[in-house]
Write a protein that binds this ligand. Structure first.
Ligand SMILES: Cc1cc2nc3c(=O)[nH]c(=O)nc-3n(C[C@H](O)[C@H](O)[C@H](O)COP(=O)(O)OP(=O)(O)OC[C@H]3O[C@@H](n4cnc5c(N)ncnc54)[C@H](O)[C@@H]3O)c2cc1C
Length: 321
């Protein structure tokens, strides 16, 4: 039996978190047997679809209709349900995200499936079907059993190593008509300004009150530009109007889980940590060696941000030459 993976795309690019979901499904299928089928919706070119094979898919189903390129939750849910039935599977894997959550919730009802979200480990099938999920913004784990025949697992971003040595996977056109759904239609999409969206960013550079004022953000933005990172900030920084609210990271702001989070002049209050502790590597730059953030850091630099940041930016730029 195959495991179905729902792929999300942004402007024709498959999200890295979706490719991680494919790698998760591949690792699971190697444990229990079977294949991995990835479902791609909307305008995505063949080079991009090939990434699913590299990440571990044995086959890619593609609904080419570009109406699916917009993340219409109802249309996507129906397409995934149809693929689930076509593949005769009982397991759907997808990345945890706003769209993924909405799709998974609908499918849990329509497929009568047990849904576990924020999964961080492969299922334990030695007795029943148990999965480990991250809870309380990453501070604890819960062991959850799924009792239904159909199962949906949404995978926490960065919890799985992305497979990079998979085989080329055949792409099959999946003929599924965009459903005529009267209740909701996306009429326009206005994106937040900024080159890299914070929730999706693989690298985030965040500044706190230690940067003293909005006029000093240039040093932080230079490092972010050199790294190809998104820019974030602590809550007081956005409350003070130094930075826009959509950059505010933490319990009451955006939760990020990049591969690399660099916190500059941020003390590391528990409410800030709640939004960043899904990050794979945390680097803290702070002039106070007692700053609480150092306890959560993988690497720390005790120093003045205004001295450290230009040097770091220079070093990163030199590495890229
Ligand atoms: C209900 C509630 C919800 C909250 N939600 C959030 C949230 O979602 N996100 C969030 O961020 N906060 C949140 N907060 C606020 C949180 O408790 C902290 O007050 C806040 O995170 C502190 O921001 P900061 O680290 O930028 O500032 P500060 O605490 O003032 O820390 C500044 C840091 O900069 C360092 N520094 C100073 N000068 C330099 C320099 N030149 N070079 C290097 N380092 C320097 C200092 O040593 C210090 O550690 C919340 C609070 C409450 C009560």
């Amino acid at each position: 039996m195959s495991i179905l993976v729902y792929l999300e795309q942004v402007e024709g690019t498959i999200k890295k978190s979706s490719l991680e979901a494919v790698s998760y499904a591949r690792a699971f299928s190697e444990k229990v047997g079977g294949n991995v089928t990835a479902l791609a919706l909307g305008a995505i070119d063949s080079a991009e679809l090939a990434k699913a094979g590299v990440a571990g898919a044995s086959k890619v189903l593609h609904v080419e209709d570009e109406k699916f390129s917009e993340g219409n939750v109802q249309a996507h849910s129906r397409a995934v349900a149809a693929a689930f039935e076509k593949e005769g599977t009982n397991t759907l894997v997808l990345a945890k995200s706003s769209l993924g959550d909405a799709v998974a919730a609908r499918l849990a009802v329509s497929l009568n499936a047990g849904l576990v979200s924020n999964v961080v480990d492969l299922p334990d099938t030695s007795s029943g079907f148990k999965v480990r999920r991250s809870i309380y913004t990453g501070k604890a784990f819960a062991e959850t059993s799924i009792l239904t025949a159909n199962k949906i697992l949404s995978i926490k971003k960065n919890a799985v190593d992305l497979k990079t040595d998979g085989q080329e996977a055949p792409v099959e056109a999946f003929d599924f008509a965009f459903p005529d759904i009267a209740s909701v239609r996306i009429t326009a999409t206005n994106k937040a300004t900024g080159d890299i969206l914070l929730p999706e960013a693989d690298i985030v550079v965040s500044g706190g009150r230690g940067l003293k004022g909005p006029e000093n953000w240039g040093v932080l933005e230079n490092l972010a530009a050199a790294l190809g990172a998104a820019v974030g900030c602590s809550k007081p920084v956005s409350d003070l109007g130094w930075r826009p609210h959509h950059e505010h990271v933490g319990q009451t702001g955006i939760k990020v889980s990049p591969s690399l989070y660099i916190a500059v002049g941020i003390s590391g209050a528990i409410q800030h940590l709640a939004g960043v502790n899904g990050s794979r590597i945390i680097v803290v730059i702070n002039n106070d060696p007692e700053a609480p953030f150092f306890k959560a850091a993988d690497y720390g630099i005790v120093g003045d941000a205004f001295e450290v940041l230009p040097k770091l930016t220079e070093a990163v730029s030199a590495l890229k030459k």
